[in-house]
Ligand binder design. Sequence first.
Ligand code: HEC
Ligand code: HEC
Ligand code: HEC
Ligand code: HEC
Ligand code: HEC
Length: 204
Amino acid sequence: MLKRKLKIALPSTGKFLFGSGFAGMLVIGWFIFPMVLYKSEPQPIQFSHKVHTGEQAGMACEDCHVISDDGRFLGIPAVAKCAECHSSPIGESANEKSLVENYIIPNKEIPWHIYSRQPDNAYFSHASHVRLAHLKCEECHGPIGESARLKVYQVNRISGYSRDIWGENISGIPSHPWEGMKMDRCVHCHEKNGRRDGCIECHK
Ligand code: HEC
Ligand code: HEC
Ligand code: HEC
Ligand code: HEC
Ligand code: HEC
């Protein structure tokens, strides 16, 4: 009697142990590992692209993200650009108050975290991709230009790179076509466009 009970109990105990072990590994792999691997660093102030490119301010991307005549991409605008409209507060928001008091009045640059920042040894030019290849900003960056909030910046504790280089998913498989900007993505698009680059094309 007892023997028969054991025989039945054992396989299901085994399954249970395997199942919970497996679930445990999944929890560690998908939730705990990324929590340990990435450190969150909030942006110095919040910024809404929606407010600035919508009806309220009616600006174009190029008003702030300028490619200069010599082809250099000037990136994120200097605080002087913000001061054109925010030399004193125009609204009620605490964010804007912080912008005016902590950066515009003391004329101090805002230490933005850059989600797409590549390692120093990789070379990238916006002019080639935007002017010559006619790629849209969204194709590489996703819908940041329409967003109402900046997401929290996350940095990989081991490599020091932004999480956006690897992409949101720890498996490395993107959920959106614009997620992640690893070397294979650059190379893949170049091959699709008939480019076969040597290493020094991108690594200087
Ligand atoms: C009023 C100026 C302003 C305008 C207009 C503007 N941006 Fe921005 N943009 C910013 C600032 C400030 C940041 C800094 C946030 C950050 O650290 O990413 C930023 C960040 C970005 C980033 C993230 C870069 C990175 O990797 O961190 C992208 C992409 C971007 N803007 C695209 C756009 C697009 C597309 C448009 C037009 C639809 C646009 N922006 C219009 C000011 C502006
Ligand atoms: C062409 C004028 C113009 C420029 C240049 C400009 N802004 Fe604004 N900004 C506005 C307007 C209009 C509003 C909406 C004000 C309101 O009604 O609250 C606004 C609102 C804001 C707010 C508060 C709203 C929110 O919730 O985010 C912040 C913060 C802000 N801007 C930051 C910036 C920064 C940083 C820059 C420089 C990179 C900048 N702005 C450049 C016109 C401008
Ligand atoms: C082919 C992909 C691609 C396209 C298209 C593209 N970007 Fe980028 N962007 C990048 C990469 C890669 C970086 C990081 C560059 C680096 O670290 O040197 C970057 C960096 C940035 C930054 C951070 C600024 C800085 O200081 O380097 C901003 C802002 C930005 N892009 C805005 C834009 C806007 C606005 C457009 C459209 C006009 C655009 N990008 C089109 C790939 C792209
Ligand atoms: C089309 C552009 C491109 C070409 C061509 C290219 N790379 Fe890269 N490579 C990158 C970018 C961007 C990164 C950073 C993102 C990443 O780590 O995937 C990178 C990262 C790397 C890294 C990791 C370095 C680090 O700091 O994480 C190595 C190693 C590397 N590349 C070697 C090579 C070699 C060897 C070749 C030639 C066979 C080559 N690359 C060709 C764009 C390129
Ligand atoms: C969505 C497609 C696409 C992606 C993604 C892309 N590229 Fe390109 N890239 C192009 C095309 C198309 C050209 C050719 C532009 C021309 O000269 O007409 C090009 C040209 C280049 C050139 C040669 C021109 C120059 O500026 O010297 C370099 C270097 C380069 N890309 C680096 C990179 C790196 C690094 C990445 C990844 C961080 C990347 N690209 C991602 C499409 C892409």
